[in-house]
Design a protein around this ligand. Structure first.
Ligand code: C5P
Length: 421
């Protein structure tokens, strides 16, 4: 942790709610991308990939290998990109040297699908066609989305090649797992086009949290009553997981402590699974050393049952009385440490959202609290309000993945402000 003085100071006194000016959260800028398509059945999905990018306002130049043209015709990509498709090292549309000129001034070169053969060539620096030569001569980031049969993906030669490409600074997106075109099931499917769009954008985002450690709680906690029954808060974990992915994309090293959820753990994030609030607190305390930013998104159950029956309780028709004991407040515990990290809380309220949220921020001594309407629990979208020392910043309604990015941008802004002397 970098600061010597506690960062969790809340200025002013009394709960007040003022509206603070906040610039509209930035949309991704238009980008110039080059898509390299190699020979694989997933090449047909790249027509959709180009369509999505073009719809977002990006310029896309498509380069195809000879094998790619066995699966999809250049006319498809030309129609969707509105630009000539390049496929020949020896013949240039512009009369120049495509293998060099095509990557100059572009934001990224993405190879999708990246076949096992192309990955092998890339690993060894072979350059015998336009795309492989372009990859070697590029001066922009290179990302690949592998797609191949699961045995090819698991083959030690492919494993070695992919490890080498990662070590060379090439971003490897996926692959996903599931049913393959050949009928087999396993790892090797190309990521879906929308996922590739998202992952490329994540890769190109600024990294205001580079070198920082972020610890996040997510999901509900589950407090057992007997082996089959439990007390639980409603929480899907979508928001906490989206914040973890956004913090990762902002360059942070992220640890996620998650209660039981159905949403998948974000890639490249250390995820620790827990059930109860006591387990969540233990996991947080075990990870807190060296943490720069702590974000409590979890819907921690406020109470646990004093009785935890070893066997299923029998229903006898009469009322059942449970004694409930208060659970530890994980966020308040972290914020109350001698030299705490920068602490961020979340509050879902079903009425008087902003007033309750501001009172909670002050009670817990937090520089930032994110308030959301309890009716958004479990849904894909959210409408968030960021409460800090300057007032309330209301975000537009958005998909949780998008709001998560805006929240992390604001956290990074406040955190880095506190870091500058
Ligand atoms: O439940 P409450 O509205 O007080 O939650 C506000 C914030 O406190 C959330 O960020 C939540 O993750 C955190 N919290 C916690 N431990 C609790 C209760 C809440 O960390 N026992």
């Amino acid at each position: 942790m970098s600061g010597e003085t506690p960062r969790n100071s809340v200025s002013g006194c009394g709960a007040r709610v003022t509206l603070a000016a906040m610039p509209t959260p930035a949309l991704p800028p238009s980008r110039h991308l080059v898509l390299g398509v190699t020979g694989g059945i997933a090449a047909y999905k790249c027509a959709e990939l180009v369509r999505l990018w073009v719809r977002q306002g990006h310029t896309v130049d498509v380069v195809m290998t000879a094998a790619a043209k066995a699966f999809v015709g250049p006319a498809t990509f030309q129609a969707l990109s509105g630009r000539p498709v390049r496929d020949d090292l020896w013949r240039s549309e512009t009369g120049g040297m495509d293998h060099i000129a095509l990557s100059r001034g572009v934001d990224a070169l993405i190879v999708a699908p990246a076949s096992a053969d192309f990955i092998g060539k890339l690993t060894h620096g072979l350059a015998d066609d336009l795309l492989s030569t372009l990859c070697l001569a590029r001066d922009c980031p290179l990302l690949i989305a592998p797609a191949m049969n699961r045995q090819m993906w698991e083959n030690p030669a492919t494993r070695r090649n992919v490890a080498q490409l990662r070590a060379d600074g090439i971003a490897v997106l996926g692959p996903a797992s599931g049913e393959q075109a050949c009928g087999e099931v396993g790892e090797g499917r190309m990521l879906e086009p929308a996922e590739i769009v998202w992952r490329v954008e994540s890769h190109l985002l600024p990294k205001p949290l580079a070198g920082r450690r972020v610890l996040i709680t997510s999901g509900p906690t589950l407090e057992p009553i007997d082996p089959v029954r439990a007390l639980v808060n409603r929480s899907s974990g979508r928001m906490g997981h989206a914040i973890a992915a956004a913090a990762r994309d902002a360059g942070a090293t992220v640890t996620l402590v998650s209660g039981p959820v159905a949403v998948p753990a974000p890639g490249d994030v250390q995820t620790i699974r827990v059930e109860t609030a006591a387990e969540m607190l233990d996991a947080v305390e075990a990870q807190i050393a060296g943490t720069d930013i702590f974000i409590g998104v979890a819907a921690v159950a406020d109470y646990r049952s004093e009785m935890q029956a070893p066997h299923k309780l029998k229903r006898d028709g009469g009322p059942l009385k449970l004694d409930l004991l208060p659970n530890p407040d994980i966020l308040a515990t972290v914020a109350g440490r001698a030299n705490p990290p920068f602490c961020v809380g979340f509050a879902a309220e079903s009425q008087d959202l902003l007033a309750h949220a501001e009172a909670k921020r002050r009670r817990k001594g937090l520089p930032l609290l994110v308030a959301n309407d309890a009716s958004a629990i479990g849904s894909e979208a959210s409408r968030l309000h960021l409460l800090d020392d300057t007032g309330v910043h209301s975000l537009p309604p958005a998909d949780k993945a998008v709001s998560g990015r805006w929240v992390v941008d604001h956290i990074a802004h406040l955190f880095n402000q506190g870091e500058t002397p």
